[in-house]
Design a binder for this molecule. Structure first.
Ligand code: PEP
Ligand code: MG
Length: 587
């Protein structure tokens, strides 16, 4: 056995993605590249120039190595992007200007390079030409590498390590999670975060066990320590003893049996005992999840989080690239609809190293995020809208806007969409003229204006992750207040009731695509409120469907009636738990 003779230590975190894993730790400490700025003495100038040349050479070798690896694993087409990166290193303007900046001033070379690179990135990202705009992403990637080499930082990603490891991080970004090598990462533990932080949502989709909110664990462990991770209960056990490993081995077998039973049941119709059908769709972040969500019998996609296409390569995909991806999804699901959400960058999903687009914000969740970002960077928004419209000719595509706060934003987004339609018609490009366009309700102001927004929307999709965060003023990524994040809060319940009532009065359907929809304890509340569809990580569908098949819709309505009489969260939670437990043990 792997356990060592050191004492076992148990740490309680927040269960974030189910599964049990046992393995050795790889610490992943994120730190921003803090750029030193200092004066260089005349006698040190030659050495400084040499340092720059060495960093450029090291960067070239790194890129060539990555290119060869990508070519081997994914093919020549995918590797081509690195040719563009190599060209950046040869760019006489960028390199030459850095050297001129260094010669005329007296500050260190990394500060000069950073200044020039930022100027170029900004200039390129504002050009109204798709090809040239993409160059901004290439320059940004390469600049980051050059700076890392200048500062002597070893690049650490979640795919370039040896063997299988449990990643223990202070924090982990959504782009790092999405780039994780599933075959090497046994589990993820983070000091910060909560069940609804985006990195965790991705981990769940990838079926990587995860525990978050372990506070200072990264300070208490070292690389190579043995750790057991229980993503069901949120326990992390350092140096697990033989007995503990044996106990968890038994738990794992039991869990696997349950999961197998749920999976088998998930092939059966999604109907309550009293005959009400419930549409269960999947949330996806990447198209390579499509096969997997189909295996869970998802009826299409209720939320395609497109920002991960941007985060994955830390570059802005072109209209054509996006079109190919959305088209593939539309074709894959055929008659089952695919709801594509327009870009929701910002908040806990900034694109690192994009100085022209993302600057430091004191409150990113209240900042330049989602539709606000798109309306500010209209050319990016138009590229995406055209790509979605074009894909709509190949299947059943729906489009929805995230983070709408009121009718002005919705009207402006729809105006731009209309202009894209006119443009495509003019070019004779086919698209679905009747493609439904929906609004995400995830800001309290939008919820309050549900009647007004419903009149302008083909459907609503409630993003409970954000709606709860903004209603209760609980940062969804902050582990210190994660225990206060309450889907069963009476205010949340009333707000949900209001949204569903207004939507139904306007004759449109309501989907819930936040994590609440995938939690079997809260599903009866949502269904009893009249929510028409639920969308969740594919892996959560079996448990939700199992419950749906064990309950009556009439009972769910009674549960809601009872819950609405309560004025305390704990009472509502107790009602939900009792409802759930009774159905799960009756079966
Ligand atoms: C939500 O807020 O509930 C939602 C589905 O969107 P996201 O989690 O991507 O913010
Ligand atoms: Mg949201």
């Amino acid at each position: 056995m792997d356990a060592r003779n050191t004492p076992e230590i148990a740490v309680q975190g927040i269960a974030a993605s189910p599964g049990i894993a046992h393995g050795q730790v790889l610490r992943h400490i994120q730190c921003d590249l803090e750029l030193p700025v200092y004066q260089v003495k005349p006698e040190q100038r030659a050495a400084e120039q040499e340092r720059f040349d060495r960093a450029l050479l090291a960067t070239r070798q790194q890129i060539q190595r990555i290119k060869a690896e990508v070519e081997k694993n994914l093919g020549a087409d995918e590797a081509r992007i690195f040719d563009a990166h190599l060209l950046v290193l040869e760019d006489q303007a960028l390199i030459g200007e850095t050297e001129r900046e260094f010669e005329t001033g007296s500050i260190n070379i990394e500060a000069c390079f950073d200044k020039v690179a930022k100027r170029y990135i900004k200039a390129f990202s504002e050009i109204d030409d798709e090809y040239l705009r993409e160059r901004a992403g290439d320059i940004r990637d390469v600049a980051q590498r050059v700076l890392q080499n200048l500062l002597g930082r070893v690049e650490q990603t979640l795919s370039n390590f040896e063997g299988n490891r449990v990643i223990v991080a202070n924090d982990i970004s959504p782009s790092e999670t999405v780039g994780m090598d599933r075959n090497k990462v046994l589990a993820v533990i983070t000091d910060s975060g909560s069940r609804t932080s985006h990195a965790v949502i991705v981990a769940r989709t990838l079926r990587v066990p995860a525990v978050v909110g372990t506070r200072d664990l990264t300070k208490r462990i070292v690389d190579g320590d043995w750790v057991l991770v229980d993503g069901y209960d949120g326990a992390v056990i350092l140096n697990p003893s033989e007995q503990t490993l044996f106990r968890y081995g038994k738990i794992q077998v039991k869990r696997r049996n349950i999961e197998q039973r749920l999976l088998e049941a998930s092939r059966l119709p999604s109907v309550t005992l009293d005959g009400a059908g419930v549409m269960l769709r999947a949330n996806i972040e990447r198209t390579d999840e499509m096969e997997q969500v189909r295996s869970y019998s998802a009826k299409g996609v209720g939320l395609f989080r497109t920002e991960f296409l941007y985060l994955q390569g830390n570059r802005i995909p072109s209209e054509e690239e996006q079109f190919q991806i959305y088209k593939a999804a539309a074709e894959f699901f055929g008659d089952e609809s695919v709801t594509i959400r327009t870009l929701d960058l910002g908040g806990d999903k900034p694109m690192p190293g994009n100085p022209g687009m993302f600057s430091h914000e004191a409150n990113p969740f209240l900042g330049m995020r989602a539709i606000r970002f798109c309306l500010e960077h209209e050319h990016l928004f138009r590229d995406q809208l055209r790509a979605i419209l074009r894909a709509s000719a190949f299947g059943k595509v729906l489009l929805m806007y995230p983070m709408i706060s009121g009718p002005e934003e919705l009207d402006r987004a729809n105006e731009i969409l209309d202009e894209c339609r006119v443009e495509l018609r003019g070019r004779g490009v086919a698209f679905d003229e009747k493609m439904p366009v929906g609004t995400m309700i995830e800001i309290p102001s939008a919820a309050m204006l549900s009647d007004i927004l419903a009149a302008k929307s083909d459907f609503f999709s409630i993003g409970t992750n954000d709606l709860i965060q903004y209603m209760l003023a609980i940062d969804r990524g902050n582990e210190r207040i994660a225990h206060l994040y309450e889907p069963a809060h009476p205010a949340v319940l009333r707000m949900l009731r209001h949204i569903v009532e207004q939507a139904h009065q306007a004759g449109i359907k309501v989907c819930v695509c936040g994590e609440m929809a995938g939690d079997p304890r809260y599903v009866p509340l949502l269904l009893g409120l009249g929510v028409d569809e639920l969308s969740m990580a594919g892996s959560l569908i079996p448990a939700v469907k199992f419950l749906i098949r064990a309950m009556n819709m009439a009972d769910a309505k009674s549960l809601v009636a009872e819950a609405l009489k309560q004025n305390k969260t704990a009472k509502i939670k107790a009602l939900c738990n009792a409802f759930y437990t009774a159905r799960m043990t009756e079966k």
